[in-house]
Design a protein around this ligand. Structure first.
Ligand code: UT7
Length: 332
């Protein structure tokens, strides 16, 4: 019996139309295009303006894009994993709502939250279900409406985040392509440095928490930056070493898009040339759970069957890690 590996077999994506540029941010907070560009690499980000639409709207669009492109029947999907840090509601799974909306009525679904590492962890979860032989089609969606938790008076966060969604389909592969190895870690020391303080069980919503502006994301950027640089680079270097891969063997780095300087540091540690480092941070900013699939969505046309891809992410919690995957198909 041949071994089952879990391969990505299709990619979809969606970003809202509204563009929030650095120039416009200059009119909202004390910042400037030059600072944002040199410190983060971000030029603009997309914002879902409709007040009546949540993360599920973005996720449904990305899933529908994948379903149309891959020409799959939603009834064949076994499981939907919804990676998100901005669920539509604290209770009532967003993934469940998305599954029903796209017609995946034979699937079960649930949400998976690990801040900016949600999608990376979701890849591990999706792959485990496939490798076990239990399920044949697992749809992993990464989506976040970050604008719903950003304070547009806080220049430390509002310049960074954007809204978006991406989706990938995991299926069994019998030629050995797909997820090869993973190194995933977390450390609760991080929770004070990047968080939404209120609205959870520790500090439930009250008039006071609302008045004190405790429902938006806050971060100690400098500290998060230091941990991110070290851990993302360490994880990526470790996954190369442990699989006897050199920089020559790696075709692409798909890194979480939080800050160009963090990505550059990771690529530098891996000794990777710029052309192999995939970035779209300038267009979308940090879309949290959607960064990795949106990179796949934007650069899918470059990938060839057998390509070696290293994924890396770092996020709140702290959460981080790296995944080594081989691409399973030539451009369809
Ligand atoms: O994806 C989840 C994980 N999140 C991250 O990975 C984010 C990690 N952190 C970062 O990307 C960076 O720390 C930031 C982009 C958030 C900030 O960049 P930095 O180089 O760490 O800036 P800083 O916080 O050390 O601030 C440097 C200076 C300060 O001024 P002084 O004290 O040197 O006079 C800040 O007040 O820049 C000032 N500053 C700004 N100036 C213009 C901070 N934010 C801004 C701003 N525009 N938006």
């Amino acid at each position: 019996m041949s071994t089952i590996t879990a391969a990505i077999t299709a990619v979809g994506g969606y970003v809202p139309d509204f563009v929030l540029s650095n120039k416009v941010l200059e009119t909202m907070v004390d910042t400037n295009d030059e600072w944002i560009t040199t410190r983060t690499g971000i030029k603009e980000r997309r914002i879902l303006k409709d007040a009546d639409k949540g993360t599920s709207f973005l996720a449904i669009k990305a899933a529908e894009d994948l379903i149309a492109k891959a020409n799959i029947d939603p009834l064949e999907i076994d499981l939907i994993l919804m990676a998100t840090a901005t669920a539509d509601m604290p209770v009532a799974s967003t993934g469940v709502y998305v599954a029903t909306a796209i017609g995946a009525t034979n699937a079960f679904a649930y949400d998976l939250q690990a801040a900016c590492s949600s999608f990376l962890y979701g890849m591990s979860t999706a792959a485990a279900y496939i490798q076990s032989g239990r399920y044949k089609k697992v749809l992993l969606i990464g989506a976040d409406k970050m604008s719903s938790i950003v304070d547009y008076k806080d220049r430390a966060t509002c310049i960074i985040f954007g809204d978006g969604a991406g989706a990938v389909l995991f299926e069994p592969n019998y030629e050995g392509y797909g997820l090869q190895d993973e190194y995933l870690r977390s450390d609760g020391v991080g929770r004070d440095f990047l968080k939404i303080p209120a609205g959870g069980s520790l500090l439930p919503t009250t008039m006071e928490t609302v008045n004190d502006n405790k429902h938006n994301i806050i971060q100690d950027g400098k500290t998060v930056f230091k941990y991110a640089v070290t851990n993302m680079a360490d994880a990526s270097e470790l996954i190369l070493k442990r699989n006897n891969l050199t920089n020559e063997d790696v075709n692409w780095l798909v890194p979480h898009q939080a800050n160009k300087r963090i990505i550059d540091a990771t690529a530098h540690r891996m000794n990777l040339e710029d052309a192999k480092v995939l970035m779209n941070i300038e267009k979308y900013g940090n879309t949290t759970s959607a960064t990795l699939p949106l990179v796949l969505y934007d650069f899918e046309h470059l990938f060839k069957k057998g390509d070696t891809i290293i994924f890396a992410a770092f996020g709140g919690g702290f959460t981080w890690g790296s995944i080594y995957l081989t691409w399973a198909y030539d451009k369809k």
